[in-house]
Every structure is written in C-alpha cells, then in structure tokens.
Design a protein around this ligand. Structure first.
Ligand SMILES: [Zn+2]
Ligand SMILES: [Zn+2]
Length: 601
C-alpha cells in the first residue's frame, strides 16, 4: 500500500476491494468483480478483457455469458427498457415479484412517472445515498435468493471477440474496437488450474470461508458534542475523550467517500475514509472522516494494546497519520507493496492469497485446536508427549551420556532456554532429553508464535463487532429506512384523504418492518459459521502443546488465515508501539503541566 492510500485497512494494509474469480464448480454468488457495492445489491464479476487469453495461455480457463453487469444496467436502465433478451433486466420489479408484503397499494398512487424519475435519480447518484434506489435494489436483490446458481455452458476466453463484438489489437494488446469493451464486460472470467489473472483471487486457491469478511469495514468516529454512552459501547469507547466505533459497512466505495454504516452509532450515519491524523481533521472540521479498518484487524489491535499498554487508546491511535511524507502506520509487508505496485489498484498475485484470508476466524484452525485439547481423566500436561522407547538399544551410548546424571529440574532449565530447533537436536543427541513435558511447547508457542493468542489469553472471544454480520446489519438498515419512508408516505396520504381514520391507522400500523425469515435464516447460518471458526481458549493444563505446536508447523501453508495473522501481528505491533509513544507523551503532558510550560517558554 502506498502510504497515502486511505481506502484500504489502515491496520493491515490490504484493500477492502478484493475480487474473486470462481472455478467451474462454484456458484455465481462465489465470484465478484466489483466490491464497491454491497453484495446484496448485486456485485459484478471479473469480466473478460482483451488480454485474458494471453494471460491464461494454458487453456484451462473459460468464460460464462452473464448479460449486462448490474452497474451498467443501473446506469443505462432507461436505454435498455425494451430489451426483452436481457437476462439481468428482471431487477426492475413487476408487480409479480413485489415481495414487500406490507406495501399493499403503493403502486397505485405512484404510477409510471415516479418510476422514471427514480431511474433518473439512480443514474446520477451513488447507490449508497439513494433511498428510493436501495428500496428497489434490496427487495429484488440476488442476495436474498437462497438457491445458488451454477453454470454449465462454458465458452473460451476469446468468446466476446468475434466479428460482431469487436477485435483485439495485436500490436498494443488492447481492444481495438471500442464496442468490444461493453461486450466483454458481459462475460465472466472462470479460473482453471492454470489461471494467471491478477484481477481476483482464484476459487481453487482460496475458499469463500477463508475470505469471510474481507470486505467488512469499521472506523473510529469523532464523538459529537451531544454524544451519550450506549449499552453496546466497549470500555475503551467510554474512556476515549474523542472517539467511538462506527457501525459496519460491507463495502468500501472506490474513493472512500460516503460509506454508509449500520447500525448508526452516535452521529455515525455515514463516513469518509481517511488516514490523516485528527489534528488535520480538527483543523478542517472533518468530523465525518474516520480511520478505516477490518474489524478483525482491530481485534488484533485490541489484543496487542492490552498486552503492551494494559489498555486500548483510541485517542492516541487517531493521532497517527499516513501522508506522502510520513507514515506512522509502519512499513508495509513486501507482499502488500507488490499487490499495490503490480496492477491498477490491487494485483491478486499468485501465492499471496493469504492476504485476503480472515486472520481471526481461520478456516481449519479450530479443528487443530480442538484436537489438541484433551478431556481424558489421566491427561497430564506435565507428562511427556512421546511414547516410551525400548530400553534395549544403544546401551553403551546411554551409559556414556553425562546428561543422564543431571537432576530433572536442571534438565528442564536447559530445555526451557532453547528454541524449538535446538530442542529437537538435543532430543536426538541425548536420551536424557528424550522425554520433556508438553508444557515446554506451550512456552515455545508463546515465545515463537505470540500471534496464537489462544495459547496465552484468558478469553479469545473477539469483540462483538468482529463477530457481527455486516451484510445483515446493512440490509436491516435499508429495510428499516425503506419501510419508514413508505410508512411516512402513506401517513401523509391518509392524513389528507382520511383524517378520521388516520389516528387509528397510526396507532396500529407497526413502526418497523416485519422480520424477513430469509434474511434471519441467512444471518443465522453466517453467525453459526463464524462461531465454528472463532478462536477457542486453550486451557493450559488440558492441551497437548506438543501436538498443537507440530500441527501448526505442519499446516503452516494451509492455514492462510494464521499466516495472515502472523503478518498483521507484526504490522499492528509496530502501530501499537507508535500509539504507546503518543499515549505516554500525553500522560507526561497531563501529569507535569509545569514542565511542559517550561519547555514551551
Ligand atoms: Zn485489515
Ligand atoms: Zn484465467
């Protein structure tokens, strides 16, 4: 990440706009090529471009015809109104697929004219800011379709480039015929085993579960003058002089502006992403500018802050800044630098898929942890994890081994000072060290892999916003806003036309929309999935630390989320050091006002 980029996670450096190219066996919902909008509002796919066939030369990739991309459809809706062939045209609802059970007679009053106006508004405003548009998008959204859609008709990557659609320019490798561009956008790139496309991570290299929440954004918002504590505040929000957490967004717009979050917390209805320090923001009165991050990265920030400072300081974090001349968010990892430099926005380089893997809810890690925890009655973490060795072999060597004469305490003292490689060598060299207690590997884990905080913290449960379902929260907000707008409209009509009936209606009409069983079921599934992957506490005396240690080592490449956690632990550790310096400087200021005056004077 270049230091001034503000639309990525400021803690881990990874963009929120991560694309995914599905394989032939995955459903349409597992691919997305435009994560600037909410998934339930229809995301596009990674479309074909002129260079695709050359980029993926082994012929294993394919394409699928998808019709007009949702963004284009939205923009050009009126132009295409009469196109009966357009598969994606269904989004503009007929009465037939009007699923708004509480919206009985809205159509009658509005008529066609209003619909056209709405379309015009939709084409000139961002989807994030138009209530009428959201209303339509939400209730016709593919996100609510519980049936995954698979494709069977696969075309070559050259499919859009025929006589009609345009041609590829052989000299400069781009679309020669300008008309080939919109045509190619209707085709989705499908990854084969030899796919080299860098515009999305490939389905065969990283699973959907591993990528869970890679688009989720949260930020720190300036407390307004009328800010009051609420029940869901974290301690550090109450303690903070100036900042509190926003709700969540399930997407980040390309310029970082107008990010709508849910629920609305304090004054944070929407925000702009920024990584300037609050000194700058104060100067310009930028109360709505927030520091954006993944909730899971903030979870790591909380863990390290508590470990290093005994507290979480939002005010000091907001003093950090990232500008062209200085970045207090630290050096970025080489893989981040490469992703930023080898593409227009974010290059999904092969073998760096782990950058998009969730570092807290780690697919496959929970199983390894659970397997190391024992509830057997005779389990003793002080015992050796190794089987007894037959006594017959190497009698002479055994007799010559001077370490055998050492008392156990001394042997343990030696072992406890060694690293894992030396311990392995020592166990090979001397039978005196063949048996060592499992807790030795607990010490090794804490020392060598501090990011496996399950091994040392009392409660690894993530803070509530990392556990939450951003998509659900956003959809709930949209539902409520659409419902309230419609309710107000109907109230106005009744007040004017049926003044006697209005008070009765007002009293009986629900103030919020009915729950959507589909949406509730979706979020239940999502939360269950996250709970199943959530970090689990490893009791010190019930865990086979040797088994856990070796299982982690053996699966290092497979556990992408853990690899990412290791990277983020280093990056956030550096940030916490800077936060700590700010915080300590402030403490000095508060505690020694006279000293400061002297210095200033
Ligand atoms: Zn992050
Ligand atoms: Zn490919």
């Amino acid at each position: 990440m270049t230091s001034i980029d503000k639309t990525g996670c400021q803690l881990c450096g990874v963009t929120f706009n991560i694309n995914r190219i599905r394989t032939r066996s995955e459903p349409r919902s597992s691919a997305w090529g435009n994560s600037y909008t909410s998934k339930h509002n229809s995301r596009e796919w990674v479309a074909l471009s002129g260079g695709d066939a050359q980029e993926c030369p082994d012929g294993s990739c394919a394409s699928v015809y998808r019709g007009r991309p949702p963004g284009e459809l939205k923009f050009c809706l009126r132009l295409y109104e009469d196109d009966p062939d357009d598969a994606s045209y269904v989004y503009e609802s007929d009465e037939e697929d009007e699923p708004l059970e509480y919206d009985s007679n809205a159509e009658d009053d509005d008529g066609d004219e209003v619909t056209e106006e709405e379309n015009e508004m939709g084409s000139s405003q961002s989807q994030e800011s138009d209530t009428e548009e959201e209303y339509k998008w939400f209730f016709n959204a593919s996100g609510l379709d519980p049936q995954p859609e698979y494709d069977t008709e696969f075309l070559p990557l050259s499919a859009p480039y025929d006589d009609e659609g345009g041609a590829e320019d052989e000299d400069i490798g781009v679309d020669h015929h300008i008309m080939a561009l919109p045509t190619a956008r209707r085709y989705e790139h499908i990854a084969g085993p030899g796919c080299c496309n860098l515009r999305g991570y490939h389905g065969d290299r990283i699973t959907l579960d591993e990528m869970i929440d890679c688009h989720t954004v949260q930020g720190l918002y300036k407390k307004t003058s009328d800010w009051t504590p609420s029940d869901d505040d974290m301690d550090f929000e109450r303690e903070s002089k100036n900042y509190h957490l926003t709700g969540l967004s399930d997407c980040m717009p390309p310029n970082g502006g107008d990010v709508k979050c849910a629920p609305i917390r304090g004054g944070a209805d929407w925000f702009h992403a920024s990584n300037l320090s609050d000194t700058w923001k104060d100067l310009f009165g930028w109360g709505t500018y927030v520091l954006p991050f993944h909730p899971t990265c903030f979870e790591i920030f909380i863990r390290i802050s508590k470990q290093q400072m005994g507290r979480v300081s939002l005010d000091s974090l907001m003093k950090l800044e990232s500008t062209a001349s200085r970045s207090m968010f630290g050096e970025r990892h080489p893989d981040i630098v490469d992703a930023r430099n080898k593409g227009w926005k974010w290059a999904c380089l092969l073998d760096t898929e782990y950058l998009a893997a969730n570092p807290v809810f780690i697919s496959g890690f929970r199983e390894i942890c659970d397997a190391a925890i024992s509830d057997a009655e005779d389990f003793d973490s002080q015992s050796s994890p190794f089987p007894e060795r037959p006594e017959k072999q190497d009698v002479s060597v055994v007799q010559d081994d001077p370490f055998l004469k050492l008392p156990t305490e001394l042997k343990h003292t030696i072992a406890w000072h060694l690293g894992s490689k030396d311990i392995a060598s020592l166990r090979m060299a001397s039978r005196a060290f063949y048996h060592l207690p499992m807790t030795l590997w607990h010490t090794l884990m804490v020392r060598e892999m501090p990011w496996v905080y399950e091994a040392w913290c009392d409660d690894p449960t993530p803070y509530p916003w990392a556990m939450a379902d951003a998509s659900y929260l956003k959809q709930m907000r949209e539902r409520e806003e659409a419902y309230t707008a419609e309710r107000t409209r109907r109230a106005d009509v009744l007040k004017a036309n049926e003044p006697d009936f209005y008070p009765i209606w007002e009293e009986n009409e629900p103030k919020s929309p009915p729950l959507s069983p589909e949406l509730e079921a979706q979020t239940r599934l999502f939360r269950e999935k996250k709970r199943a992957m959530a970090p689990v506490r490893l009791p010190r005396d019930r865990t086979n630390w040797y088994q856990l240690y070796t299982d982690i080592k053996a699966n290092e490449d497979k556990l992408k989320g853990l690899r990412n956690r290791k990277r983020i632990w280093g990056a956030v550790g550096e940030i916490v050091q800077n936060v700590k310096k700010c915080w300590e400087a402030e403490l000095v200021e508060i505690n020694t006002p006279f000293a400061i005056m002297e210095v200033d004077g």
